[in-house]
Each structure stands twice: as structure tokens, then as C-alpha cells.
Design a protein around this ligand. Structure first.
Ligand SMILES: Cc1ncc(COP(=O)(O)O)c(C=O)c1O
Length: 390
């Protein structure tokens, strides 16, 4: 069995939900049908809605089931933008950052090319921290032109935590809605939608033990969100399409487990992460911990290794049976330096030398030991190979 240390890409299914999920797969009934079979399927969906609402701390009516993080971000970002623009055609600015996941950046770029939006990219520091003073000053002069702000809660490559409530505190002075991609945050750090000041938020099941293909967009009851996906009018009309009761069941159960066990899992993950960082720095003393001393989710460990290719490290570790990543899985296989590191001002060579090790609920001490045992050979090999083209 391979040692799996790529939980930021996807996580193993929680064993606790498999039996119920399989049973739910055999339940016949469309949750929108009025007969008994439909109502039984509906009950599973509504129980799951309660569980997700409790786990993210929001009202049950604010939970809209989707297929995952990408769809949730698209529905929220495009929906908030089009609603603001419909009210006031001068409002066409979307404030975001170059360090967002592509599921956050690409909807904004689509709004630019197709809907007359203007993207304003927040300055970020070399450790990835957004410039809140810049945001404050920008809004004091341009607030009436801003349709929304979209900023992720935890960066999926570096683990950096965005101070979401500081962003909403500034934005709320000007009544500007804020969306957050919480895909890399929920299940790993404490989240309260109610206290966050956000209007919309995205979560994705496969990042916390549910199957791939289910997630939720949390939409505040007072949020103005235009409908961008049309059909049967399910999920407050914002996300049409027949609901999957098995997937909703799995999302609800995984969310409840993740929230319940968060303190215990986070403690364990933090301890393992410290040991990994210490071990790596003993082997590669010039490695740079990407988010520096900034607050971050401990389970995402991201280093850059000067003079080394992250791809070489990844392949050599993989050959030794250890799965890690160079960054976002969505871009894996595409020979490009990480756009996140480039947005943080790294050179292409620096960005190419990056490695992400991400831990989760199922990570064990034996996984940590296996990584640290395989690392010296992989590092020596990657160092000898150097950077392509150099
Ligand atoms: C921060 C972040 N946002 C969005 C996504 C996309 O989520 P999904 O795979 O559920 O579409 C991911 C997945 O890698 C992610 O890490």
C-alpha cells in the first residue's frame, strides 16, 4: 500500500459512512417526488442538510448541495456579480487574488471576458498574505464600483489562512458581499459561516472524507445571488438538478464527523507536521517553508528546495511508494510553475522547486516515518538532477 500524503488533493472515504452510503444507493426515489419513495429519499437529503448546517454553523436553508468546490465557486462568484451588476450597472469590479485556486480565478476571468467585469488583484506578500490596508484604501475610493470580493479561506497549496473576518469587517462597511472558497479550510480549521460575515462560501466533500462529486455552496439568506444554472428550480432555484440522496447522505455524515473530531485530528496532524518539517530541514537545510511564520493550516506542509525540481522529488518519492504533490492536482501533469507561487513573487525556478505534503484524518505515525525514510534518497537524486534547462 502506498503512503498517501496528498490529502489536499483528495481524501480517503471515511469508513464510517460507507455502509450507509451503499444502503442509500439502493433507495429508489427522486427527492422532489411527492410519493412515499420520493419522500424517503428527501428525508435523507434533509437530514444531511441539517448535519452540514451544524458543521459549518449556518441555517439549514443556507446549505445548497452541489457537485463540489468548482461548481460552488462558479454559482457564488457569477451569481453575486450578476446580481450586483443588475442592480447597478456601474458595479463591475471583482476583487480577488492571484493566489486563489483556478476554481476561483477562472470564473472571475470569464466574467471579465463575457460580462464586462474588471478584476482587481490584491497585492500579496512573499508569504502569500493579502494586503488588507491596500483593500481598505481601495474601497474607500472605489467601493461604489465593487460587485464582490472573493478570497479563499485556506490556500490549498501553501496552507496559509486568510483572515476572513478582517476582510468582511472592511467589506461590510461598504455593504460589499464577500465569497470565500473554504474547500481547503472546512474540516481542518474551525469555521463558522454565521460569524464569518460572508455572503457565500464553498465546500467540497472529497476534501474531508465524502466521495468525489458532492459539495455545497452556503448562501446567506439575505445574499443577492443571480441564477446562472437553469432547470428544475431545486436548491432555492440557485442549483437546479435532481438531488442525489446517497451523495447528500455521505456529505452530511462526513461533515458531522469532520466537525466533531476536528480538535483531536488537528492536534495529531500538527504534531506529525512539525516532525515532518523538522526532518526535512535536517536533510535539506536550505529548504524554505513557503508560508514562513504566517498562520496556516498545519496539515499542508509546503517547501521550496533551491536548485531542485519539485517534479523530480515527486517522482522519486512516488517510486519509493510515497504520494505527495508539487501543488494543485488540477494542474498536475501540466509543466507549468505554480501560479500561486508566481503570484507570491517567486521566480519560475523557485516555483518549480516546490513540494506539498498534505496530511489528514487517516495519516499515521508510520506514514510520517516512511516519508522521512524515503526523503534523503529522493532529495539527493533530485538535487543531482537539478532544474530542467539549467
Ligand atoms: C481550494 C480549492 N478550491 C476548489 C477546488 C475544487 O474543488 P472540486 O474538486 O470539489 O471541484 C479545490 C480542489 O482541489 C481546492 O483545493
Amino acid at each position: 500500500m502506498a503512503i498517501y500524503l496528498d490529502h489536499a488533493a483528495t481524501t480517503p472515504l471515511r469508513p464510517e459512512l460507507i455502509e450507509g452510503y451503499l444502503a442509500q444507493l439502493q433507495v429508489l426515489g427522486n427527492p422532489s417526488s411527492v410519493h412515499g419513495a420520493g419522500q424517503r429519499a428527501r428525508m435523507a437529503v434533509e437530514d444531511a442538510r441539517d448535519q452540514v448546517a451544524k458543521a459549518v454553523d449556518c441555517h439549514r436553508s443556507e446549505v445548497l448541495f452541489t457537485s463540489g468546490g468548482t461548481e460552488s465557486n462558479n454559482l457564488a462568484i457569477k451569481g453575486l456579480y450578476l446580481a450586483a451588476k443588475a442592480q447597478d450597472s456601474e458595479r463591475n469590479v471583482v476583487i480577488t487574488a492571484g493566489t486563489e485556486h483556478h476554481a476561483g480565478i477562472d470564473p472571475v476571468e470569464w466574467l471579465e471576458t463575457s460580462e464586462g467585469a474588471e478584476a482587481v488583484w490584491l497585492p500579496v506578500s512573499p508569504t502569500g498574505v493579502i494586503d488588507l490596508a491596500w483593500l481598505d484604501t481601495y474601497l474607500s475610493k472605489n467601493a461604489q464600483r465593487v460587485a464582490l470580493i472573493s478570497l479563499m479561506w485556506v490556500n490549498n497549496e501553501t496552507g496559509l489562512i486568510t483572515p476572513v473576518s478582517k476582510v468582511t469587517e472592511i467589506a461590510n462597511r461598504y455593504e460589499i458581499p464577500v465569497h470565500s472558497d473554504a474547500v481547503a479550510a472546512f474540516g481542518h480549521i474551525p469555521i463558522s459561516f454565521k460569524d464569518s460575515g460572508l455572503k457565500t462560501m464553498a465546500i467540497s466533500g472529497h476534501k474531508f472524507g465524502a466521495p468525489v462529486g458532492v459539495g455545497a455552496v452556503i448562501v446567506a439568506r439575505d445574499a443577492k445571488v443571480a441564477v446562472t444554472s437553469h432547470g428544475g428550480g431545486q436548491e432555492r432555484g440557485i442549483r437546479s438538478g435532481t438531488l442525489s440522496s446517497p451523495l447528500a447522505y455521505a456529505l452530511g455524515k462526513a461533515a458531522a464527523l469532520a466537525a466533531e473530531e476536528l480538535p483531536e485530528i488537528r492536534n495529531r496532524v500538527s504534531e506529525f507536521a512539525q516532525d515532518i518539517s523538522r526532518g526535512i530541514l535536517e536533510i535539506a537545510p536550505d529548504a524554505i517553508f513557503t508560508r514562513g511564520e504566517e498562520p496556516g493550516y498545519e496539515g499542508i506542509i509546503h517547501f521550496t528546495f533551491p536548485g531542485c525540481s519539485g517534479d523530480s522529488l515527486l517522482y522519486l518519492l512516488d517510486a519509493a511508494g510515497v504520494c505527495v504533490s508539487t501543488g494543485s492536482a488540477c494542474r498536475a501533469g501540466v509543466a507549468q510553475p505554480s501560479h500561486v507561487l508566481m503570484a507570491m513573487g517567486r521566480t519560475e525556478d523557485q516555483a518549480r522547486g516546490s513540494l506539498r505534503i498534505s496530511l489528514g484524518q487517516s495519516t499515521t505515525r508510520a506514514d510520517v516515518d516512511a516519508l522521512l525514510a524515503a526523503f534523503p534518497m529522493a532529495y539527493a537524486g533530485a538535487h543531482r538532477a537539478g532544474l530542467p534547462g539549467n
